[in-house]
Design a protein around this ligand. Sequence first.
Ligand SMILES: [Mg+2]
Length: 118
Amino acid sequence: MRILLVDDSATMRRIQKTQISNLGISDILEATDGEEALIVLKENMPIDIILLDWNMPVMDGMTFLKKVRSVAAYNDVKVVMCTSESEKSRVIEAMKEGVNNYIIKPFTPDSLKEKLGL
Ligand SMILES: [Mg+2]
């Protein structure tokens, strides 16, 4: 099981990494924006799950999602959007673009586990 964390906040990535590590998963990759994530994804397939932030500089989560879903080789990569309460209404838009699930920040280790399907 390999997971890619995409978030411009180092603090958020650290929290996610700790929670996921505690679930017994150690193969965790990180990227600070969509553009970097595309490179990390390309170089580290197979990746099972991407935990994706919305708001990031350079390339945001939605743009990244659309690019990922346009590549057949990434069809099996599960994408979970990590949203704030205020972005909740945009989840429908993300679902249309092929996001598999979403989780609202801040989240507990239990809800993260459930949303990632672990
Ligand atoms: Mg952000």
